[in-house]
Design a binder for this molecule. Structure first.
Ligand code: G6P
Length: 482
């Protein structure tokens, strides 16, 4: 059990997922291991300093794990029933909001029962947060699964300072307007004092949703929300997320990781060129477009002999229909390419429907010649930043979709519109043929950017801004917005 009692935490992180994995030991006992993801790396120091707590879901249906500690971090695990996993997680989060917010690449489904589950689960998170937060605490809510929490929490606890960060895109109003509950979602978010988005364009889209869906006034990044007897001013701005660049570089430099990267190249049997794709198996990632371009390049031989594409597609949301369909389509296409262009002892695509530890990922990044990050839409895409951070050798080139948040920052990448298959093919060829001096120049610029704007800086920027925004109600006479 947590040593802290209720209502004692000055800093509360609220995210749909806990930053730990459940491990069953040989005797069937449950233990937890912290997952070394970027968010927890960034927030861990603040959590330790402030005795903070992280509220989230373990990822399994069943009773709430409750309060516990893992590696000295205070965690509160909330539970979701089987039906809530179906209606809230797989339904409203991942078959309504996810496709809607990613420019309807897959058709979003709107079901009233799913919405009801979204309200219920958001309320559970808000209540747990209200119980854990100390008077005047700072609360940081994360991502599209919990957009109603800020307002629900404010109604329970108007003394806390609330920040919200949206990790995925916020769509243009014409798309967002399809959501039958658009007004409730915007009002839910507006319970926060500070709203963070990946790109300026996302914050602008949100401002438009405030004006159109709720009829509010905005000025620059400020949204004015009328309250009885006054108003609140909320900031909505861009805070592009990043990674633990130093930690990843240190890992990539390790002898065992470098050795593993040579082994990977050896196992590919003297490849002419190694292309690399690393994605969750998700329709937003543009894997089919990438495979189509690659298949055509094999047909015309522009990449030379014995080129291989190593495509890691880690399993994700496997009970959601659109993900099952995508998996079938990807696997048919991989089979076709290998069938048509392979030989005994040579497969042009190495398709890995698996998840790997971070060490293996770092070794893969080092083994690639050209990294292909070609999503149709992506809030940021941290794989692009991880690749850059791992390349301490300043080798390799990056082909990057214009439709990622990372494209705003990584000026050394070869930018591409993944819908344009001819353009994608030409760009892959260009990236593969870049001379070493030019490749190094590009990689150096990207590495500088990622090193200087790492996840610790992202968290510090957000939390500093949250500390400075005027919290609570302002009397109307005090400040006027034109
Ligand atoms: C994206 C979202 C996260 C989410 C992750 C994995 O990165 O922004 O909020 O946790 O995908 O998806 P999952 O459905 O497994 O939580």
């Amino acid at each position: 059990m947590s040593s802290k009692q209720k209502s004692e935490h000055d800093f509360v992180v609220v995210a749909s997922r806990l930053p730990v994995d459940r491990i069953e030991d040989a005797d069937g006992r449950t233990t937890w291991r912290t997952s070394p993801g970027g968010l927890v790396t960034a927030l861990e120091p603040v959590m330790r300093e402030t005795g903070g707590v992280w509220i989230g879901w373990s990822g399994d249906a069943g009773p709430a794990p409750g309060a516990f500690e893992a590696d000295g971090l205070h965690l509160i695990g909330l539970g979701l029933s089987d039906t809530e996993v179906t209606h809230f997680y797989e339904g409203f989060c991942n078959a309504t909001l996810w496709p809607l917010y990613h420019d309807v690449i897959a058709p979003p489904q709107f079901h009233r029962r799913w919405w009801e589950a979204y309200v219920t689960v958001n309320r559970r998170f808000a209540q747990a947060t209200a119980e854990q937060a100390a008077p005047g605490a700072t609360v940081w809510v994360h991502d599209y699964q919990l957009q109603l929490v800020p307002r629900m929490l404010r109604e329970l606890r108007d003394d806390v300072r609330i920040g919200f960060f949206n990790h995925i895109p916020f769509p243009g109003y014409e798309i967002f307007a399809q959501l039958p509950w658009r007004r409730q979602v915007v009002e839910g978010l507006l319970g926060a004092d500070l709203l963070g988005f990946q790109r300026r364009a996302d914050a602008t889209n949100f401002g438009r949703a405030c004006r159109r869906a709720v009829g509010l006034t905005t000025r620059g990044s400020t949204v004015r929300v009328p309250e009885p007897g006054g108003h609140r001013e909320i900031q909505a701005a861009a805070f592009p997320i990043s990674i633990d660049a130093k930690g990843l570089e240190e890992m990539a430099r390790r002898d065992d990781v470098r050795k593993r990267s040579w082994q990977i190249r050896e196992a590919l049997e003297e490849p002419g060129l190694v292309l690399l794709g690393v994605d969750r198996l998700d329709y937003t990632k543009g894997i089919l477009h990438r495979l189509r371009a690659y298949g055509e390049l094999l047909a015309d031989g522009r990449l030379g002999p014995r080129v291989v594409l190593v495509q890691v597609a880690s399993p994700s949301r496997e009970r959601v229909e659109a993900y099952q369909t995508l998996r079938d389509e990807v696997e048919v296409m991989v089979g076709r390419i290998n069938g048509q262009y392979g030989e005994v002892g040579y497969s042009p695509v190495h398709y890995l429907h698996q998840s790997y530890p971070r060490e293996e990922m770092a070794a893969l990044y080092l083994a690639g010649d050209v990294m292909l990050v070609t999503p149709l839409r992506d809030g940021m895409n941290l794989v692009a930043k991880e690749y850059v951070a791992s390349r301490f050798d300043e080798g390799g080139t990056l082909v990057l979709s214009e439709f990622t948040g990372a494209a705003d920052e990584l000026a050394g990448a070869f930018l591409v519109n993944p819908h344009d298959i001819e353009g994608l093919k030409d760009t892959i060829v260009r990236a593969a043929r870049t001379g070493p001096a030019e490749a190094r120049r590009r990689m150096r610029a990207m590495r500088r950017r990622v090193r200087e704007h790492d996840v610790a800086r992202w968290a510090a920027d957000f939390l500093d801004t949250l500390r400075r925004v005027p919290a609570g109600d302002q009397p109307d006479a005090e400040r006027e917005i034109s």
